[in-house]
Design a protein around this ligand. Structure first.
Ligand code: CA2
Length: 142
């Protein structure tokens, strides 16, 4: 089982700022991940929350249920030591994904707390980044 965790406001994907985040909705991304994961032999549990503590608890759930985590912590990427600490308590591979290239955006988006734990970071590939992360996990977990 692979947990794919999404942070605040990603439930609005496809509804605003398509020039940055594209036209796909989060449901579209969830479906694409389920299909691609199945082709790779990976079951996917795709979740989103607007609440920091809920994301922390999802990462705690992953300790018992997931072989790997793909996480787009959205704005919490840039603020959350709590999410970093939760990820530090997870033993498997962690892939950080960003739809946009955070490094060519505002200065406040250019630091990630998540990167201190991530085994790999994918940014700027659009929603394809989630599928690339699944490809990488399939190799890592083989
Ligand atoms: O590029 C990414 O994936 C981000 O993690 C997205 C976050 C942003 O805070 C990070 O700096 C980079 C924002 C997610 C909110 O997405 C929306 C999508 C459509 C409309 C409104 C928000």
């Amino acid at each position: 089982m692979i947990f794919i965790l999404n942070g605040p406001n990603l439930n609005l994907l496809g509804q605003r700022q398509p020039e940055i985040y594209g036209y796909e909705t989060l449901d579209d991304v969830a479906r694409a991940c389920a299909t691609h994961g199945a082709a790779l032999g990976l079951e996917v549990d795709f979740r989103q929350s607007n609440h920091e503590g809920a994301l922390v608890e999802m990462i705690h759930d992953a300790r018992a249920s997931a072989q790997g985590i793909i996480i787009n912590a959205a704005a919490y990427t840039h603020t959350s030591v709590a999410i970093l600490d939760a990820l530090q308590a997870f033993d498997g591979p962690v892939i950080e994904v960003h739809i946009s290239n955070i490094h060519r955006r505002e200065a406040f988006r250019q630091h990630s707390y998540i990167s201190a734990r991530a085994d790999a970071v994918i940014a700027g590939c659009g929603t394809q980044g989630y599928l690339l992360a699944l490809d990488h996990l399939a190799v890592q977990l083989a």
